[in-house]
Write a protein of this length. Structure first.
Length: 210
């Protein structure tokens, strides 16, 4: 992993779309017409996710599938993570949530750095913590939140040929988003957007980076 391409600490300066600055990376990147609505939104709430890179001979990314009974984003593919509690750092939140959701012990996690903060359309500013997960870990899924955990080859996710742009009907029009379908898994939305940002940071000279 090219850890030099990551932020060594959570970026302190986050673009402010309310002041006309580009809101990227975000759910709004592919939908610039929605920028005008942001001033009416409350300030985004801080959250953090762990982007777990499993240290196999061929690196993989560990992802979860949320249970169908959750009130928010049921059944979707996600990184372990959640809202930041008072006085928590993104790293503390990411490690705590990964332990609570999938039983990943912090002793197996080597933090490498941060991606750019990602603003979601649901009102969160997500700080993604990239970490290397050494072998030997076992998982214990919280059945209330996580239906499954699985791994996807990092090479697949960092190959722009697998980065699709999909649309869905929304408010009488269409909303665009990134998607990275893998076998029977549909990786899309903020999860795909964060992975897209990881590709942009790790492979800035890729002629297909956009």
């Amino acid at each position: 992993m090219a850890s030099h391409a990551l932020h060594h600490s959570p970026p302190g300066r986050v673009p402010d779309p309310d002041q006309g600055e580009p809101a990227g990376p975000s759910d709004f990147d592919l939908n610039p017409g929605l920028y005008s609505e942001l001033p009416a939104h409350p300030a985004p709430r801080p959250a953090a996710v762990l982007v777990p890179i499993v240290a196999h001979a061929a690196l993989t990314v560990l992802l979860t599938q949320r249970t169908d009974g959750l009130a928010h984003h049921p059944g979707q593919i996600a990184f372990p993570g959640g809202k930041m509690e008072t006085d928590e750092t993104p790293l503390v939140t990411a490690l705590r949530e990964a332990n609570e959701e999938i039983g990943l012990e912090p002793a197996f996690v080597e933090p490498l750095g941060y991606l750019d903060p990602y603003r979601t359309g649901t009102g969160y500013l997500v700080f993604p913590v990239v970490a290397l997960i050494r072998s030997g870990f076992t998982l214990k899924l919280d059945p209330r939140e996580v239906a499954d955990a699985f791994e996807v080859p990092l090479a697949f996710l960092m190959d722009t040929r697998n980065h699709a742009m999909h649309t869905r009907p929304w408010r009488g029009g269409e909303r665009r988003f990134y998607a990275m379908p893998f076998e029977q898994r549909y990786i899309w939305g903020a999860t795909a957007g964060i992975l897209k940002n990881m590709h942009q940071r790790l492979f800035p000279d890729d002629p297909h980076t956009r």
